[in-house]
Design a protein around this ligand. Structure first.
Ligand SMILES: Nc1nc2c(c(=O)[nH]1)N[C@H]1C(S)=C(S)[C@@H](COP(=O)(O)OP(=O)(O)OC[C@H]3O[C@@H](n4cnc5c(N)ncnc54)[C@H](O)[C@@H]3O)O[C@H]1N2
Ligand code: MOO
Length: 390
């Protein structure tokens, strides 16, 4: 059995960055910017007023000084002309600051009578002017790779970047296997259960930026598995669920090998998730996930999501970890890396009493997977440990 780290290394070797595509900014939320984008203008593009008030010469802005209002500068329609001594221009937030002025006195500090204003309160030192290019200048870069967040999209729009080059979304085919499975909504027979793992994995993949395709459930026969594998054609990543262990009906590894899968590894020293396999199948990476629901979803966090991020050009990094204190004691760990389902309370990480890899109720309540290294000694409440947020 290989370690989680070694298995992840193999999976990264199978997960090369895919291509790129150019899309409109409105479609780009959550996508991975693949090529740096450059500002096509300054922002603000001119010295702009930060307040509603009067633009004038700062040197003249004494308390009780009076000015003649000679025009108006509004956002989108600036004042054309020069402002001379003793003159001012009515100005609004976002409007260009007229030539000859270098200060905006806010209107609360003035009184107006006809075309004359008087400064009635100390206008202070602030100019209330945003200098041209204060936010960014033409040519400024939004670096890549990065996942485009709402603020990035707003920034790119302000830069007048209407289209961006992003990484292609990985296509992931999901194949649930097993004679016992029916789809939600169907009527299970007496020995059957409802397929659940595909739904959790699909959600996980889509939240990360992949496109998940749920294929029909494959039965535990060579013919059925081959038929469904054929439907995965075109996928960048083929995920199977179940049939990975050593039972008589666990045929996934055998059938995948018959179809030419070049296996990178089988079995990882982790809990849950031991019977994990991966390899290359034609142009696609293949990851064979264990059938137990928690095992499949934990392997999704630990292996599938990092693989997707690598395919989207985000580099080869394990699932991000955080650190928190334990809220309760933990017994010593065995020989496999253990991802313990835990609550995240104000006191810290509180591992669930039952860590059975069949319990979806526990996983659904969990907000953390405490990552215990192999042979980690017993830990006391208060000790800092690493966990994966889920
Ligand atoms: N003799 C041994 N038996 C088992 C071993 C072992 O090392 N030696 N490993 C155990 C571990 S650990 C796991 S995990 C499971 C994994 O087995 P498989 O990947 O072959 O999975 P299945 O046997 O097909 O299913 C296991 C369990 O999960 C349910 N299942 C399967 N697919 C789904 C699905 N899409 N949605 C919901 N539930 C699913 C299935 O009905 C079984 O209950 O093997 C242990 N055995
Ligand atoms: O390791 Mo299996 O994946 O726990 O139930």
């Amino acid at each position: 059995m290989i370690s989680v780290e070694e298995a992840l290394g193999h999976i990264f070797a199978l997960s090369k960055p895919l291509g790129t595509e150019v899309i409109s900014l409105a479609e780009a939320a959550g996508r991975v910017l693949a090529v740096p984008a450059k500002a096509r203008r300054d922002q603000p593009p001119f010295n702009a007023s930060a307040m509603d008030g009067y633009a004038l010469k700062g040197i003249e802005s004494d308390l009780h000084a009076q000015f003649k209002v000679i025009g108006e500068s509004a956002a989108g329609a600036g004042f054309q002309g020069r402002v001379g001594a003793g003159q001012c221009v009515r100005i609004f937030t976002g409007a260009p600051v007229p030539e000859g002025t270098d200060k905006v006195v806010i209107q609360e500090n003035t009184s107006r009578s006809g075309d004359t204003i008087t400064i009635t309160d100390d206008p202070g030192q602030a100019s209330h002017i945003r200098q041209q290019g204060a936010d960014f200048s033409v040519g400024a870069e939004v670096s890549a790779p990065r996942v485009l967040r709402p603020a990035d999209l707003a920034l790119l729009a302000a830069m007048n970047v209407a289209e961006v080059t992003v990484s292609t979304r990985p296509q992931v085919a999901i194949i649930a296997t097993g004679n016992e499975l029916v789809m939600p909504g169907e009527e299970p027979g007496p020995d059957q259960i409802v397929a659940s793992n595909s739904f959790g994995l699909k959600a996980m993949i889509e939240a990360e930026g992949g496109i998940a395709r749920m294929l029909p459930i494959a039965r535990d026969t060579e013919a059925s598995l081959k038929q469904v594998f054929a439907l995965a054609e075109g996928a960048d990543l083929v995920l199977t669920i179940g049939g990975a262990s050593v039972g008589d009906h666990d045929l996934v590894g055998q059938v995948a090998a018959d179809l030419g899968m070049d296996q990178s590894f089988y079995k990882v020293a982790m809990r849950p998730g031991k019977p994990l396999m991966a390899g290359r199948m034609g142009n696609a990476a293949m990851i064979g996930l264990p059938g137990n629901p928690v095992s499949a979803l934990v392997c999704g966090q630990v292996f599938v999501l990092p693989a997707l991020r690598a395919m989207m050009g985000l580099g080869q990094a394990p699932a991000p970890r955080k650190t928190a204190p334990l809220a309760s004691d933990l017994p010593a760990n065995g020989p496999r890396e253990h991802y313990m389902r835990a609550r995240l309370t104000n006191e810290g990480l509180d591992a669930f009493g039952s860590q059975d890899s069949a319990l979806l109720t526990v996983l659904s309540e969990a907000r953390a997977l405490i990552a215990r290294p192999p042979h980690d000694p017993a830990r006391n409440a208060g000790e800092l440990v690493e966990y994966l947020p889920v």
